[in-house]
Design a protein around this ligand. Sequence first.
Ligand code: BGC
Length: 727
Amino acid sequence: MKKLFLYWFLFFLFSNGYAQTTRSLEQRADSILRLMTLDEKIGQLNMETGNWDATGPILKSGDKIIAIKNGEIGSMLNVKGAKNTRYIQSLAMQSRLKIPLLFGLDVIHGYKTVFPIPLAQAASFDTATIRKVAEVAAKEALASGIHWIFSPMLDVAHDPRWGRVMEGPGEDPFLACAIAKSMVEGYQKPQHGLHLMACAKHFAAYSAAIGGRDYNTVDISEQTLQNLYLPPFKAAVKAGISSFMCSFNEINGVPSSANRKLYDILYNDWHFKGIVVSDWGSIGEMVTHGYSKDRQQAAQQALSAGVDIDMESYCYTDFLKKLIQNKSIDESLIDHSVKKILMQKLALGLFDDPYRYCNEKREKEDILSPENKAVALNMARKSIVLLKNTNNLLPLKTVRHIAIIGPLGNSSRDMDGNWVVLSNQPIAVTLLEAVKKRFPDATVDYVKGCEIQGSDRSNFEAAISAAKKADVVLLALGESWDMSGEAKSRGKLTLPGLQEELATEIYKVNPHTITLLMGGRPMIFNKIAKQAPAILYCWWLGTEAGNAMTDVIWGNYDPSARLPMTFPKEMGQIPVFYNHKNSGRPPVDVKGNYSGRYIDIDYKPRYVFGYGLSYTAFRYDNIKVSHDKDSITVTMELTNTGNYDGTELVQIYLHKKWGEITSPVKELKGFQQIFLKKETSRLITLKVALSDLSYYGVNSWRSASGDYTLFIGKNSDDTIYQTDLQL
Ligand code: BGC
């Protein structure tokens, strides 16, 4: 009889019963849950990688095909392409309850169309374009059967030694919140009647690893956690994000994989209703941390804290049943997580059609389309920061003879940077390719000069001789794609190898040299900063890299990006960031007194947060500041006084002068990009919401009140206007 009911129910379930029913997702999830065995429930909490040989034995747990057919796997990562996802989903359809799999993937800056790395996107300060980029990335992933992308990465970072700064929003929480909102909205926007789940990671404070060494211990105050690291995650919840991923690190002695305090904030304070997945193997790693006695205890601690899915540590599959049998956990805990997962699967429509995301036709049409490439070009142009432009060398006008020099001048793979899904098929346009296409009649010489790393200078002479002959040199230097990213912490941030020496030689022979620096993080390049006539910081720009660079070099686009992280001058300054506190003895420029300076190196960074030049110039007039109980209003007249159309980033910073706890010397609290044609003006109004000035005090949240200074600046250091405010 029981069996008969099951068959009837399954018939109801898969004859579009779900689609037609008006019952809430919750009720539908409950009905499925009631049919599930404990093993099947535990299977839903298990995520495994698809890096496997479909016909052979697999990683840890024997035959994955059998595991899927047995309902022992609820979600997979790293399965790519409509054909593969369809095939693997068909295995899940052979399981007793036919519960569809979720396919997740690290779509960090694009699927096949590769966009600039997230740190470069942050430099654009252009949240509308960032939203569009996320939407296109989602559209491509959706066609390939992906339901879940492990992005946005929202780790505000103050330490450029940490290689994962490339994946994140930079050093400022206000900018990071704006980016979080845009990315979540872009990724989760319905397209073709489908939508993706985005995933806010890594929860939390992963970037605060001591010494900038990946995975390292984090020891921070409650205030730093709440005021610096958590706000972007809260913004993601507010934007409706479906999932979170926990971080590898511990915070003040407790790993994030079982940090009850974090999940209390997430679930109870922020009312998050979605699912939390562990990071790869992070539940099992709690034993190595020295937090859990063994993997069994790790499983108990992680699930009890609120981590729903175990990615690749097999602690849930190995121990949850036992933990229930010995009454260490209650089955209702498992039910709670399974229900949330089922609700996501229902919301994605997978019970109606488990294959609705795998679409070979859309895969052909929607991936790498000209429209997608146009979005990539737009984003790439907007991500390039002009750091120096002596005597307005840029933009270039006519050229007949161009020398491209440097190991990054013609390296497609390096243009994509780290964290690309299909790294074995680099298609990014290089600088050399773009220049040749743009100037078919010009003479274009390419000489590497040296490798990215190593000490071979045998190609220096050829590079110098090419530089001597050319009207203009484009010098392409920086990091290779694998020098920033996960587990890519660096103890030296200077340009690798002989690149800076090569640059010095080139400047000596050709004063018309444009230096293009590429990489995943702020680097240190003091000689170049002093000697180069013109510098563009190009990060890793993705598929349209070369075209974007030439557009900026030849003035088709006025550089509008600004630095989202401080650039140090010396390693010894790190961590160095703009939103630091004053201390009782702030550093001063005068030697010999008792101030917080170094006795052997400068305390000031090379380039500050928010810094970046334009080909044109802007004037700010008639600035007025007022406030009411909800917001501060800033009005001004902005005029483009230069010779080019261009975009100004108006930046508003606030400083709370004194209070229950000390505050940073400056905090970005408003920004707006204004495009103005040359010799035109516009009246503009910016609002700062007072709610954005609330902060976590000694042990609770405080709203804005007291004495403040408001600054309007070209960047976090160069103030155009300042006024005191009493709120
Ligand atoms: C990374 C995550 C990523 C996961 C799955 C981990 O090593 O920390 O960011 O989403 O792997 O690939």
